[in-house]
Design a protein around this ligand. Structure first.
Ligand SMILES: Nc1nc2c(ncn2[C@@H]2O[C@H](COP(=O)(O)OP(=O)(O)O)[C@@H](O)[C@H]2O)c(=O)[nH]1
Ligand SMILES: [Mg+2]
Length: 267
């Protein structure tokens, strides 16, 4: 299937086309349990009633201790490679991934650190304006899970309260199996609930859950953006439509004033 939205740019690849709402990984640590797009969002997408939605892009930041596998996760998703010896290029900080969601073009701007996490001093500009915060830890190293609290606090400090979706991601799932994996996930789910985050286990090495995870990120961010857009536009309409504030030339002033005395009381 190819996208029909050529006017917005070249078609996105097939695995970036999202038509139904992607599912959570674990129901007891997920941000939303629903299985469909919000009714208003589906309707707006269907009617292409999106304003500037063609230009929509969300900033996603990935944080966590050095060596937990942040860069590998981004690379697996964006380039479908796993490079054991990959070193982040200093100064190159983000990848743009294009999607088509419910027929509408949408992009994620996924920010990787350039190794600054080694010094635990990531610049505030890195976090600012993030709609999604991904806190990553290594499933085989419980200390890295404990540190996610601090990484999240640092990222949240630079953003408006309640404005970000938070994900907790356990990496290197291929290194664990059976009870060990279940135990690590149970710990993570506890913390995810505390952080009000959605939990996912992934492996950049095998690719397990990587696409599903980012599809979920994209869909949640997209839906929130559309809802905000619709809300902004309807409140703008409400303001314009609030004709009580405007005196129409020739209309009897007493009827205007009887409605809104304070608005017309001066001059
Ligand atoms: N087995 C396994 N190793 C991984 C996985 N993801 C990353 N690694 C390894 O973990 C090390 C650190 O990965 P990197 O992505 O550079 O971590 P970062 O410092 O958080 O960006 C590298 O040697 C990777 O090859 C994974 O899913 N499975
Ligand atoms: Mg890295």
């Amino acid at each position: 299937m190819r996208s029909s939205l050529m006017p917005f740019g070249p078609p996105v690849s097939r695995d970036r086309v999202i038509t139904s709402f992607p599912k959570w990984y674990m129901p007891d640590a997920c941000l939303q349990l629903k299985e469909h797009f919000h009714g208003q969002v589906s309707a707006a997408c269907q009617h292409r009633n999106m304003g500037t939605i063609g230009l929509k892009l969300s900033k996603v930041v990935v944080v966590g201790d050095l060596y937990v596998g942040k860069t590998s996760l981004i690379h697996r998703f964006c380039k479908n490679v796993f490079d054991r010896d990959y070193k982040a290029t200093i100064g190159v900080d983000f990848e743009i991934e294009r999607f088509e969601i419910a027929g509408i073009p949408y992009s994620l701007q996924i920010w990787d650190t350039a190794g600054q996490e080694k010094f635990k001093c990531i610049a505030s500009a890195y976090y600012r304006g993030a709609q999604v915060i991904i806190t990553a830890f290594d499933l085989t190293d419980v200390q890295t899970l404990e540190h996610t609290r601090q990484w999240l606090a640092d990222a949240l400090r630079e953003n408006e309260p309640g404005s970000c979706f938070v994900f907790l991601v356990g990496t290197k799932k291929d290194l664990l199996s059976g009870t060990a994996c279940e135990q690590a996930e149970a710990e993570a789910v506890r913390l995810a609930n505390e952080m009000q985050a959605e939990y996912w286990s992934v492996s950049a090495k095998t690719g397990e859950n990587v696409k599903a995870f980012f599809s979920r990120v994209a869909a949640l961010a997209f839906e929130q953006s559309v809802l905000q857009d619709l809300e902004r536009r309807s409140s703008a309409r409400r303001q314009v439509g609030d004709g009580d504030l405007i005196r129409v030339e020739g209309s009897p002033p007493e009827t205007q004033e009887s409605k809104r005395p304070s608005a017309l009381g001066c001059c």
